[in-house]
Design a binder for this molecule. Structure first.
Ligand code: FAD
Length: 481
């Protein structure tokens, strides 16, 4: 890249080195394209929010909190591990090692594929040109044939609770805590707020969740969130729903609930009220692209916005999840390479790493009805499952939604241990067009919590082994003889 007015020409430009961006870059290299990635943080930015400040760091914290809390609970099973102490400083070093290993791995993959990564803040200047402001403050111009926009998202802020990195934090700050605060208020009980609040409560903080909606995890079916609400209660987390967070003064967060003011003790406030796509400072007008009112780039089914321009990941509509970005990236690049492709997964799973975990894929019964389908809902409790009992976590349910008549699997909704792994079974079933018969006849390992999925399928097929079958028995045209 040349500094000044003379632009370097690149074949495929990828803006953003997060999951969506690096996957696009690797696909581009596989397709024989000469690829340049620009990330604000350069080589350090590889992995994006997910690897550096999202999925991976949050799961490292959740795992530590789970171990601490579960170990204490094993006393009645004969295991005593003594007093639990938490050193978040040491945890930060542990987390940095995991993140370093993963981001280093991605950097090696990119290097091996011949992808260059440069640091800088990119803005489009023409439909085929951008300026990159380098960390040294210089402006470098780059001309491109094709571009993939993968600039991701950032935490939404509340004007009266702007993160200061000490007393008011966003999710990134919350994952970087140097020590455990005695009292924490988490504003927003979506998945990020619930995950962080649960972990901090297990580590010993006194946590209050403040949520504007009538209940926690408002985007998830209430039947699935009930076990999580019960567990939060057991963990001593105060949950204030239908509540609006006001200002944080001293160590008090002022909360308005109905016509009452509530004072919440909070050394630290964590604001987790959603995320905003990074599309406002890219100079997209120069590219001939206009984001929607929601700031998102409303892409065509092949992820392009116009010829030579595609977008993937959190900047596009749909669930703002890393695996969606990974899945979209190759489609976008193939489209830019001239292939006729479309991003059309049958279902995208979503997980809340709460306690218990909630994982959901495909249609709920209500969504199936709204699509004019006639669903059968089969619910099997975790309670009788041998493996769940050995894990000391026999709570939750497996809910299988299938279609009356065909027996096609429409949705799988799991609350319980390892739900995040179990949901893959439903995703494959939906993507393959499997029926409840197929799932019921697939041999599952014993003892595993996955056996409850098989049991739900058996019950849906009218032949529950350890459970009653649903009242309304479906007739399966696709039954195997
Ligand atoms: C606390 C937390 C927990 C999460 N947990 C999960 C989880 O368990 N599972 C899951 O699937 N998802 C999770 N997510 C969401 C996940 O992190 C995102 O969906 C994912 O990172 C989006 O990937 P992306 O590539 O679109 O963008 P990002 O990961 O946001 O990457 C975008 C990159 O673009 C760069 N960039 C932005 N603007 C510019 C510019 N103008 N010029 C140059 N570079 C730029 C940024 O530096 C960044 O590196 C979590 C998020 C958070 C915050």
């Amino acid at each position: 890249m040349v500094v000044g007015e003379i632009a370097e020409a690149v074949d495929l430009l990828v803006v953003g080195g997060g999951p969506a961006g690096y996957a696009a870059a690797l696909r581009g290299a596989q397709r024989g394209r000469d690829v340049l990635v620009i990330d604000r943080d350069g080589e350090d930015g590889v992995g994006g929010v997910c690897l550096r400040a999202g999925c991976i760091p949050s799961k490292a914290l959740i795992e530590m909190a789970d171990v601490a809390e579960r170990a204490a609970g094993y006393a009645s099973a004969g295991l005593s591990v003594g007093e639990c102490s938490v050193d978040l400083g040491a945890f930060q070093a542990h987390k940095a090692r995991i993140v370093g290993e993963l981001t280093g791995g991605v950097r090696s993959l990119l290097a091996a594929a011949g992808v260059r990564v440069l640091a800088g803040d990119l803005r489009f200047t023409r439909p085929d040109q951008a300026v990159v402001r380098t960390p040294a403050g210089r402006a470098a111009f780059v001309e491109f044939r094709d571009v993939v926009i993968a600039t991701g998202s950032r935490p939404a802020v509340l004007p009266h609770l702007v993160p200061d990195g000490v007393r008011v934090l966003d999710s990134t700050g919350a994952l970087d805590l140097p020590e455990l605060p005695a009292t924490v208020a988490v504003v927003g009980a979506g998945y990020i707020g619930v995950e962080l609040g649960t972990a901090l409560a297990k580590l010993g903080s006194s946590v209050t969740l403040v949520e504007m909606a009538e209940r926690i995890l408002p985007e998830i079916d209430v039947a699935l969130t009930r076990p999580v609400a019960r567990r939060l209660d057991e963990l001593g987390v105060t949950v204030l729903t239908a509540a609006r967070a006001g200002e944080h003064r001293g160590t008090i967060l002022h909360v308005r609930r109905g016509d009452r003011d509530v004072e919440v003790k909070a050394d630290v406030v964590i604001v987790a009220v959603g995320r905003r796509p990074n599309t406002d400072e890219l100079g997209l007008d120069r590219l001939g692209v206009t984001p929607g009112d929601d700031g998102l780039l409303h892409v065509a089914p092949d992820r392009t916005l116009r010829p030579h321009v595609a977008a993937v990941g959190d900047v596009t509509p749909g669930p703002a999840l890393a695996h969606k970005g990974y899945a979209e990236a190759p489609v976008a690049v193939d489209a830019l390479c001239g292939d006729r492709v479309t991003f059309q997964p049958a279902a995208i799973p979503a997980v809340v790493f709460a306690d218990p975990e909630i994982a959901t894929v495909g249609l709920s019964a209500a969504a199936a009805r709204a699509e004019g389908l006639d669903p059968v809902v089969t619910t099997i409790p975790m309670a009788g499952n041998g493996r769940a009992l050995t894990l000391r976590a026999p709570r939750g349910t497996v809910q299988l939604v299938s279609e009356t008549g065909t027996g096609l699997v429409l949705g799988l909704h799991v609350v319980g241990p390892h739900a995040s792994e179990l949901v893959a079974e439903g995703t494959v079933a939906i993507e393959m067009g499997a029926t409840v018969e197929d799932l019921a006849d697939t041999v599952h390992v014993h003892p595993t919590v996955g056996e409850q999925v098989q049991e739900a399928a058996r019950a849906a097929a009218g032949r529950g082994l350890h459970s009653a079958s649903p009242a309304r028995r479906p007739h399966h045209h696709l039954n195997k003889e």
